[in-house]
Ligand binder design. Structure first.
Ligand SMILES: Cc1cc2nc3c(=O)[nH]c(=O)nc-3n(C[C@H](O)[C@H](O)[C@H](O)COP(=O)(O)OP(=O)(O)OC[C@H]3O[C@@H](n4cnc5c(N)ncnc54)[C@H](O)[C@@H]3O)c2cc1C
Length: 491
């Protein structure tokens, strides 16, 4: 079975149609790029593997029961509903053909192609286990809505199991929470798990004291929050220790299993920490679409899989392809929301200038990043903020964090409901999103098994078909294999 060639379906005289911009990804880079085209003379198609725009910086609040999924992940098509030149398409992009200027994506079992005149790739990054992908099974990361819901159910499930076990050793293991990676996400998670245990769940169990939970924040690096510098890192560390979080630095995780983790200390000795709930926030790896583009264009990728882009965020020799956000490598810019937002908007403006004013690629002014600073919460009422040389820790920093995050939450209603949820949390230790289900814990592993089964079934069907068919031509005819389905095309 072959798919219809795209040009058979949509062939149109170039003069009769508008410039087609395709954006991959509905995160910060993709969404802000799409919005920049509002009212311009182009057609925009935004294709993403999720139907929502995810505000990743607040995922930890979903994982620890403060905010609901809807508050941080509104549907992209509703955000872009009034932008007439924008179309949203749900699809997992598995092929980009630079030569033919088209890409292939799947939605469920449906495969389809989309052609472009200009392409903005903003597919972000995934969790990295530094070559130890088997860690993921026991120490999920936090990149998606599914990850946050899984973690929430794992965290709460540990308290529930600790309540019913008679085995004291197992109870200690269940009440030990290990967070790997002392960057902003690790610090935020450690602070919230500690607050959940000590305040929110207080008095709600009959056989355990949730406050006896051990929360360990561990990193191979020698500092907490390295990008924030020593002063703020030490302030965050002091606040976490005040809350009872154990901080272990220079501690390299060498293995992760069901029971706990294995850690190597600087003197080379190896020790174990038993803990049921492990959370990974130690590294990122750019979307494999970056490598796919690099292979076709001769661009380089760095160790984290990020594509080295030109000063105008395009690929050398391909001024029509832009790579932005967590997937791009340029001047050591960090993988943060502002880099993605500004990069997405910049790329869109270059395309608009080309279409509307005839700007040629060599007339583009280089991308300039405006650093608006960074911030991370440590606990209720405590955060760290760094803007240039200005550094602040504590309550005022937390107020700044609150204002900035409210401003960036997409949509009026989302801001209102988030403000309400934060009010309940801040004022009364209340978390309104503490629902957890068994399905959320096991769904990822179950989906992986189903996908493996489907892939095996597809392979054996293809093998059976080719064995029963008479040989009709030279081997290259075999190129008409079915396009990979959603189940076989995952990154
Ligand atoms: C837990 C966490 C906390 C963070 N906290 C902060 C913070 O406090 N401050 C800050 O500035 N930054 C923070 N960041 C980083 C920030 O969120 C990222 O830098 C930013 O989201 C990058 O934007 P992006 O558009 O490049 O990628 P993303 O926002 O990750 O978006 C990628 C998009 O691409 C889609 N996609 C991926 N692969 C495919 C494919 N094959 N086909 C189709 N679609 C695809 C995804 O579905 C998604 O829509 C945090 C990140 C995480 C994970």
């Amino acid at each position: 079975m072959t798919e219809p060639a795209f040009d058979q379906v949509t062939e149109t005289a170039p003069a009769a149609r508008r410039h087609r911009v395709v954006i991959i990804g509905s995160g910060f880079g993709g969404l802000f790029a799409a919005q920049e085209f509002d009212g311009t003379d182009v057609d925009v198609t935004l294709v993403a593997r999720t139907g929502h725009h995810l505000f990743q910086p607040l995922l930890y609040q979903v994982a620890t029961g403060i905010l609901s999924v809807g508050e941080i992940a509104p549907p992209t098509r509703l955000i872009l509903r009034d932008q007439e030149n924008a179309t949203c398409v749900l699809g997992d992009v598995d092929r980009i053909d630079v030569e033919a200027k088209k890409l292939h994506a799947t939605a469920g079992h449906i495969g389809f192609d989309i052609e472009y005149d200009s392409l903005i790739v903003a597919a972000g990054a995934n969790q990295s286990y530094f070559g130890n992908d088997h860690f993921e099974r026991w120490a999920p990361g936090m990149k998606t809505v599914d990850d946050a819901l899984e973690l929430r159910s794992r965290i709460l499930g540990c308290f529930e199991q600790a309540e019913v076990t008679d085995d004291e050793e197992e109870r200690r293991r269940l009440l030990t929470f290990i967070i790997v990676g002392a960057g902003p996400t690790g610090v935020e998670m450690a602070g919230q798990v500690a607050e959940l245990a000590q305040h929110t769940l207080k008095g709600s169990f009959r056989h355990i004291d949730p406050a006896s939970a051990r929360v360990i924040l561990l990193d191979a690096a020698p500092a907490v929050l390295p990008p924030f510098g020593n002063k703020l890192g030490n302030a965050a560390r002091a606040r976490l220790e005040e809350m009872g979080v154990e901080i272990q630095l220079n501690a390299m995780v060498t293995d992760v299993d069901y029971h706990g983790i294995e850690v190597k200390d600087p003197d080379g000795s190896v020790r174990r920490i038993d803990g049921s709930c492990k959370i990974w926030s130690a590294g990122v790896q750019a979307s494999p679409l970056g490598k796919m583009l690099a292979d076709q264009t001769g661009a380089e990728v760095d160790r984290a899989g990020r594509v080295l882009v030109q000063k105008d965020l395009s690929l050398a020799g391909h001024p029509d392809i832009f790579v932005v956000g967590d997937m791009m490598a340029l001047d050591n810019l960090p993988g943060v929301a502002q880099v993605a937002i500004q990069g997405g908007k910049y790329a869109a403006r270059q395309i608009i200038a080309g279409v509307e004013k005839g700007q040629t690629p060599d007339q583009r002014k280089p991308f300039k990043y405006f650093d608006k600073g960074s911030m991370a919460t440590v606990s209720r009422y405590s955060a760290v903020v760094k803007v240039g040389n200005f550094e602040l820790a504590g309550f005022l920093a937390w107020v700044m964090w609150l204002v900035v995050h409210l401003a960036y939450l997409i949509g009026f209603k989302n801001r209102l409901t988030a403000l309400f949820s934060w009010g309940m949390h801040v004022g009364g230790d209340h978390r309104s999103q503490l629902t957890s289900t068994k399905q959320w814990v096991y769904a990822r592993q179950a989906i992986e098994r189903v996908q493996a089964d489907e892939a095996a079934a597809l392979r054996s069907a293809m093998e059976a078909a080719s064995a029963s068919e008479p040989v009709q031509g030279p081997p290259e005819d075999a190129g008409d294999a079915p396009a990979p389905s959603a189940s076989t095309a995952r990154d």
